[in-house]
Design a protein around this ligand. Structure first.
Ligand code: ATP
Ligand code: MG
Ligand code: MG
Length: 553
């Protein structure tokens, strides 16, 4: 973020600064509603808001948009802070809550009433909807629209005092029932709702609407650029109306700017749908590694760097589109390729006995930790007579183009020797292959005299006696279709096999003592991360992403 990004929002900021608008200040905010966990879409908004502030020597606030107490909880507030920090951003002492402004918002509403710009309306919610009209039909004025200022002040005061039942009255802006923009047809500013608030308790039984609270909260905090998603474009005239009506100076007040929200293939992003997946038990919580939540991605093993890089690379647009989820996967691969140490892990083991190897010998073979980054050094990997290879790396009757192990053929064991398959041992009853007997060529040790001898396949392996047992969780997309949002019920398109649990995996001993969050490349397989479910000696790994091409090994 050293250089300002080139996008249309930065262009607006450049113009504003040239004119000296806001005295040249840049102040943004990230305004989550604490009604769920943050997801990768929010990450885009976080990177944009904090990124714009950083790139322009400005500030970015964290503001909870907590004006609708019925869906909000402290658990969500805490998770949001953890996630924003983990992504690498810092609001310092600028954490705010829209609920901190309830008194001011109330006073501003009184001011609107006094200026004849708001009125108390007794229509029911259904009637209000009916009177609003449609895109092709103008709205109809409420019979309560022309109440006197005195009556409105009295009723509003009594709404606050709890004299009326929930839903019986609202405060509305008096704008224009004939406006082509439905948001300007006397929108509701306050509703009566006897729901305790996670911060203000039962102090209030009336709560402000988002469209009213948001511009004022922005103005109170001195926000200069109020960046939001495209679906609020039609609300911008109302945002401006509220600030006009309350006499905020045009050149010194926040400007709403809309950008396209992030959509990803094979992913649902609305908090409502994500909550549904959690509540129905289709996933194991908000931080299930299959979830597009920040906490799910973190648990899966995504790095904050990869997510920031992704958000930067997809850019900021003014029209909606869907980003291929493979692009996100590409970004984490790119990051981990440079950073993750390589280890050998056999996920579906097949026993191999090297018949001409010394019975009790253990050789410590040198293995580079990351060919992309020599500074990461090397480690010693034990080699012995009995090893395991991947079941898929052996074929009794190899198909054409199969260059791995099969009867009579040779392969190289990574960091070790060339071996040749002499015999296949099967279970007498089931006919299943239980082990393979091979001989090795002592001259072919990596770095040795015949190390250059070419064979077509190179396999990963682990020494039976030394390997660490682990469980590996392999994840697939939660949905079977690219566009799950286009289906009414998630059940229609939920992937029944999105989680594959492999037990009895064997990993080289280097990983002993690995901690939750540690990431590795398992050679030839992909990137993996230690899950917090790991207990002592029992390691659990999550597959973050497979290597790009799982066939061309
Ligand atoms: P949802 O529909 O998932 O509930 P929301 O917009 O209601 O999302 P908020 O908590 O209000 O969720 O969002 C906080 C900020 O993050 C808002 O400024 C919102 O515009 C932005 N945001 C939410 N979803 C996305 C997304 N998919 N792409 C980019 N920004 C997003
Ligand atoms: Mg919102
Ligand atoms: Mg929402």
């Amino acid at each position: 973020y050293s250089a300002p990004p080139t996008n249309f929002i930065q262009n607006i900021i450049n113009e504003d600064r040239k004119r000296g608008k806001h005295g040249g200040r840049v102040h943004t905010r990230f305004p989550p509603e604490p009604n769920g966990y943050l997801h990768i879409g929010h990450a885009k908004s976080i990177c944009l808001n904090f990124g714009i502030a950083l790139a322009n020597g400005g500030l970015c606030n964290l503001r909870y948009d907590d004006t609708n107490p019925s869906k909000e909880e402290i658990e969500y507030v805490n998770s949001i802070e953890e996630d924003v920090r983990w992504l690498g951003f810092d609001w310092e002492d600028r954490k705010f809550y829209a609920s901190d402004y309830f008194d001011q918002l109330y006073d501003y509403a009184v001011q609107l009433i006094k200026e004849g710009k708001a009125y108390v309306c007794d229509l029911s919610p259904e009637e209000i909807r009916e009177y609003r009209g449609t895109l092709t039909e103008p709205g109809k004025e409420s019979p309560y629209r022309n109440r006197s200022v005195e009556e409105n002040l009295d009723l509003f005061e009594r709404m606050r005092a709890g004299e009326f039942p929930d839903g019986s009255r609202v405060l509305r802006a008096k704008i224009d029932m004939g406006s082509p923009n439905l948001n300007l047809r006397d929108p509701v500013l306050y509703r009566i709702m006897r729901v305790p608030h996670h911060r203000t308790g039962d102090k209030w039984c009336i709560y402000p609407m988002y469209d009213y609270a948001h511009p004022i909260s922005d103005a109170i905090e001195g926000i200069t650029h109020s960046i939001c998603t495209l679906e609020f474009e039609d609300h911008r005239p109302l945002y401006d109306w509220v600030l006009d009506a309350l006499h905020f100076e045009v050149d010194d007040r926040p400007q709403q700017i809309e950008f396209a929200r992030l959509n990803l293939t094979y992913t649902v992003m609305s908090k409502r749908k994500l909550r549904y997946l959690v509540e129905k038990g289709y996933v194991n919580g908000w931080d299930d590694p299959r979830m597009p939540t920040i906490s799910g991605l973190r648990r899966r093993g995504y790095t904050p760097e990869a997510i920031r890089d992704f958000c930067e690379r997809i850019g900021v647009a003014k029209s909606n589109s869907v980003v291929d989820i493979e692009y996100l996967e590409h970004c984490v691969r790119d990051d981990l390729n440079a950073r993750a140490p390589r280890v050998m892990a056999v996920l579906r083991p097949l026993k191999v006995v090297i018949t001409n190897y010394h019975d009790n010998l253990v050789e410590e073979l040198e293995a580079e930790n990351n060919p992309e980054n020599p500074a990461m050094g090397s480690r010693k990997v034990p080699f012995s007579k009995v090893i395991y290879i991947e079941r898929d790396d052996f074929a009794e009757n190899p198909p054409k183009g199969f260059f791995r192990l099969s009867p009579g053929r040779e392969v190289r064991l990574k960091h070790a020797y060339i071996i040749k398959c002499d015999q296949v041992i099967k279970d007498e009853k089931t006919g299943e292959i239980v082990e393979v007997h091979c001989t090795y060529d002592p001259e072919t040790r990596s770095g040795g005299s015949a190390a250059g001898r070419k064979v077509k396949g190179t396999l990963h392996w682990v020494s039976a006696e030394h390997a660490v047992k682990a469980e590996v969780r392999v994840y697939h997309y939660l949905f079977t279709v690219e566009n799950p949002d286009e289906f009414d019920a998630v059940e229609e398109v939920l992937n029944p096999s999105s989680l594959e649990v492999l037990t009895g995996c064997l990993i080289e001993p280097t990983v002993r003592g690995a901690k939750p969050g540690d990431r590795y490349q398992f050679l030839r397989q992909g990137y993996f991360c230690v899950d917090p479910d790991s207990r002592g000696e029992k390691l659990v790994f999550n597959r973050i992403v497979p290597l790009k091409d799982s066939w061309a090994k």
